[in-house]
Structure formats: C-alpha cells, structure tokens
Design a binder for this molecule. Structure first.
Ligand code: ITT
Length: 203
C-alpha cells in the first residue's frame, strides 16, 4: 500500500504574478490535497490582460487561461480596495490606479492625496477579493471575501503589500501593514475567500 506522501497530488497553479498574493495564497492553502505551484515557476508564463470591469470576470479570465495552458487546476485572485469617498474607486482598477509609472508606495501616496481633507468618519473603505477555481475539465467555482476598514491619514507598517500601509483596521487599531502575516490572513478579504474555496479543494 503506498504511503500518503508517495501518492502524487494534482497540481494547483496560482494564476497570479503578484508576489505578495503568492505568499498569502500559499500560506492560506496549506494542507490542501494539491501541490500548490506559483505561475512564476513556469518559464515565460503570462496572464491575459485584465480587461473586465468585474472582479469575478477578471478572476475567471486568469484562472481559465492558466488551467487551459497548464492542463491543471488553477486559482485566480482578483481583488481591490473600494473607497466610499471616491465612489468605490480604485476598486477593480486598484492595480492600475494612478497610471503605469507608479509602484505600491506611489499608489498609496496618490490615494492619500485624493483623500486630503476628508474627515475620518468619511474615510470608510473595504478590500474585496474574488477567488476563481477552475479544474482541468473547465468546471468553475467562485468565492468572495470582504473586510471593512478606513483609509489612514498616512502610511504605516512594513508588512504585506499593495495598499496595506494605508488600510486601517479598527478591530486591531492598526494598519494591515502593521499586522503580522498570519494575523492579516485570519481577518482579511483573501483569507475569507480562500477559506471558502478550500471546501471545493477538499471535495
Ligand atoms: P495578478 O493580476 O497577477 O494577480 P495584480 O496585482 O494585478 O496581480 P489585481 O488586478 O487583483 O492583481 O489587483 C489587485 C490590487 O489591489 C493589488 O495590486 C493591490 O494593489 C491591491 N490589493 C489586493 N489585495 C490586497 C491586499 O491584501 N493588501 C493590499 N493591497 C491589496
């Protein structure tokens, strides 16, 4: 009888090129009965251009393309930050906010400029994450997670990625970038979406 470790597990490819997401998703998927592999492990791997105006369609676009190209299970994550005082922007365009010349730090700075003078009680915001799982036969599963917070007056903290330094999380009285990685995973949008997706992976 083969031991559990000698039975080869199906591959689950993370359909993202964002290293911050790869770290978080890998940790959130610990213990699933799959070999979790980042897309960057495949030389020359690319993702389709995100043209859709919904998280759902972008997550599916990424997961479908990778499932098809690799003949494996794929997990796509489309996520963003919705700021009420900006009518829900940057939202589904969070990665592109402020134009192509900006990095994460520049996008945070641009967001703070856009909110200059907006009082604390009007700085409400949420992170949203939609996870799409696509299996090699093309079956699709979608899950979503949301976490509510406020946009801080200034960036703070060195953990995480993206808008974490400006996302203030009232239950912990600090920004997401001030939370240890495992604490963020327990409460954030991606953690919520991936915990729901794990039910599909465990059959
Ligand atoms: P892939 O398409 O390769 O997955 P991306 O960075 O382009 O990577 P998205 O289009 O989903 O991904 O953009 C989501 C952006 O929202 C991301 O670049 C961050 O700026 C921000 N974001 C998402 N989740 C976040 C988190 O947990 N903490 C901070 N910022 C986050």
């Amino acid at each position: 009888m083969p031991s559990a470790s000698s039975v080869s597990r199906p591959r689950l490819v993370l359909a993202t090129l964002n290293p911050g997401k790869v770290l978080e998703l890998t940790a959130l998927l610990a213990g699933v009965p799959f070999e979790v592999v980042a897309l960057a492990a495949f030389p020359g791997a690319t993702l389709p251009e995100e043209g859709a105006d919904s998280y759902r369609d972008n997550a599916l676009l990424k997961a479908r393309a990778v499932a098809r190209a690799e003949g494996a299970w794929a997990l796509g994550d489309d996520s963003g930050l919705e700021v009420d005082a900006l009518g829900g922007a940057p939202g589904v365009r969070s990665a592109r906010y402020g134009g192509p010349g900006l990095d994460d730090r520049g996008r945070c700075a641009r967001l703070l400029e856009a909110l200059a003078g907006v009082p604390a009680e009007q700085r409400t915001a949420r992170f949203r994450c939609v996870v799409a799982l696509v299996d090699p036969a093309g079956h699709e599963h979608l899950t979503e997670g949301v976490v509510e917070g406020l946009i801080a007056e200034a960036p703070s903290g060195a953990h995480g990625f993206g808008y974490d330094p400006v996302f203030y999380y009232p239950p912990r009285a600090c920004t997401f970038a001030e939370l240890a990685a495992e604490e963020k995973r327990r409460v954030d949008h991606r953690g919520r979406a991936v915990r729901a997706a794990r039910r599909v992976l465990h059959g």
